[in-house]
Ligand binder design. Structure first.
Ligand SMILES: Nc1ncnc2c1ncn2[C@@H]1O[C@H](COP(=O)(O)OP(=O)(O)O)[C@@H](O)[C@H]1O
Ligand SMILES: O=C(OP(=O)(O)O)[C@H](O)COP(=O)(O)O
Length: 473
């Protein structure tokens, strides 16, 4: 139990304060400071009057030994330890993804209002909204300061960060700049980990979106702190995803798309053995199609995975898994506009060197209407559906129809009583931009992380928390 002078370093995977100012998405929040410790101590002493009442049912942090003792964690660890092979973990280059999960960040703090009462951060964000005034409100209520471009006005390590932390008063929090601006984060540089650790005494790891990464703020820093805790978001993600995917209601469908092909294609190997329906769209689909001999134009494919894709299809056929690939596709000459845009059929039999399905010089940028209809039917036939990764380059309106069709199908499946889960920054953005957004049973803040969880891996960030707990006991 930290004492009341404990400084807490809180890591979160979130978007910028204003979602329009994205580009930093892992912020270190020197947060909660004495507030967390006060709540912890108050709860431990049964002094509930000292605890803001909104926070009573959900303590801000739970100690790792406590967490490890829960049936949830036991089930999780028991199920997954066999897959704990950190040496085999491949470090993947970072892609800056857009995420808009400020709500989750704020869910873990409390804001003192003008009248002296507290509102939990989640309600407060709902109350003040995301748009105009968010930065001003963060400054007014939380004391966070920003540069002219709306970014936190100090780096996450170094003397300015140290000084800001030292000046914090009980209950105050200070927002620091994105960790990922430092190469030491991705490289899991021990020196950078130590610099982060120097900011506080205990660490709350709540960046579920990066918990599958072996990085300084996810694993390295934990070795240098006196105590480490899983944050509320991390716990609730694990709880929900584990309980859903451990024994999913079947048929269990997984829809995969997006652009992080290298990152996610390996996951499909595991899903072929556990899912009943696999729908593959986005750039991911083109490596599978190329493996069948379809010409993919300029679309980037993963040559190293062609043989594995063929094996996956054979394995799916042998297991009776319904694996659907696009049968028609929207192509264009540019990634960023609809120059030369048309819909083309996509089958091995119609694709010849003289008349390739995706014309030379074109990219495949969305699934076509026939594919969208087939994917919709397949989704509606499932009792549990997980979706990660847009079906196309949805940021360009002309290439968004396939993604929106899948989103609508997810909404219809939810309404029909199925459990639907969407994970990943871009997939969630695509849903949020629809009017009205489709109803989804659960939105996860991590695409890659939730995929690896489904696949049965012990995620590096969880392993590090468990190790820190063992070391401390
Ligand atoms: N066929 C495609 N060609 C190019 N980009 C694509 C294609 N399909 C999807 N994308 C891109 O994939 C990105 C999202 O991928 P990813 O990060 O894997 O998803 P998520 O954030 O949901 O986990 C989006 O920027 C989208 O434009
Ligand atoms: O957006 C994120 O993940 P996601 O795209 O898997 O949902 C996280 O910030 C992880 O980013 P990364 O894939 O660059 O490590």
């Amino acid at each position: 139990m930290p004492d009341v002078t404990t400084r807490c370093v809180y890591s979160s995977c979130c978007a910028a304060i204003d979602p329009d100012l994205v580009h930093y998405h892992t912020a270190a929040l020197i947060a909660l400071n004495k507030l967390i410790a006060t709540w912890e101590a108050a709860v431990a002493n049964g002094d509930y009057a000292a605890v803001p009442h909104q926070l009573l049912p959900r303590r801000v942090v739970q100690s790792v030994p406590e967490f490890v003792a829960t049936p949830l964690y036991k089930a999780y660890a028991g199920h997954f330890t066999a897959y704990d092979q950190p040496d085999d973990y491949e470090l993947i280059p970072l892609i800056c993804a857009k995420t808009t999960f400020l709500e989750q960040l704020f869910g873990c703090i409390a804001v003192q209002l003008d009248d002296g009462t507290y509102m939990d951060g989640y309600s407060w964000v709902k109350h003040v909204g995301y748009g105009d005034g968010m930065v001003e409100n963060c400054t007014k209520y939380l004391g966070w300061t920003f540069g002219p471009d709306g970014r936190p006005d100090r780096d996450c390590v170094g003397s300015a960060a140290q000084a800001a932390v030292q000046q914090l008063q009980p209950g105050q929090a200070c927002l620091l700049e994105n960790l990922r601006l430092h190469s030491g984060e991705a490289a899991s540089d021990p020196e950078f980990s130590q610099q982060l650790a120097a900011l506080g005494d205990v660490y709350v790891s709540d960046a579920f979106g990066v918990v599958h990464r072996e990085q300084a703020s996810v694993t390295g820093v934990l070795q240098h702190m006196t105590a480490c805790y899983p944050g509320l978001l991390l716990q609730s993600e694990l709880r929900y995803l584990h309980s859903t995917f451990h024994t999913p209601d079947r048929p269990f469908g997984v829809v995969i798309g997006g652009a992080k092909v290298r990152d996610k294609i390996g996951v499909l190997q595991a899903l072929v053995s556990s899912a009943d329906v696999l729908l593959i769209g986005g750039r991911m689909a083109f490596t599978f199609l190329a493996a069948e001999g379809v010409a993919c134009g300029r679309t980037q494919i993963e040559e190293d995975w062609l043989e594995a894709c063929r094996a996956m299809r054979e394995c799916a056929a042998a297991r009776g898994v319904k694996l659907l690939l696009p049968r028609d596709i929207v192509v264009a000459r540019s990634l960023d506009d609809d120059h030369g845009c048309c819909t083309v059929p996509l089958t091995v039999s119609c694709c010849t060197p003289e008349a390739p399905c995706v014309p030379n010089g074109c990219y495949g940028l969305d699934i076509g209407p026939q594919t969208a209809a087939a994917f919709t039917d397949a989704i509606l036939g499932c009792k549990t559906v997980f979706w990660n990764g847009p079906m196309g380059r949805f940021e360009v309106p002309r290439f968004a129809a396939g993604t929106h069709a899948v989103a609508r199908a997810m909404g219809r499946a939810t309404a029909a009583g199925s459990t639907t889960i969407v994970g990943g920054g871009d997939s969630v953005s695509a849903i949020n931009e629809m009017q009205p957004p489709p109803a989804i049973s659960y939105i996860s803040t991590g695409g890659g992380a939730s995929l690896q969880l489904i696949q049965g891996q012990l995620l590096p960030g969880i392993r590090a928390l468990a190790q820190a707990a063992t070391a401390a006991s």
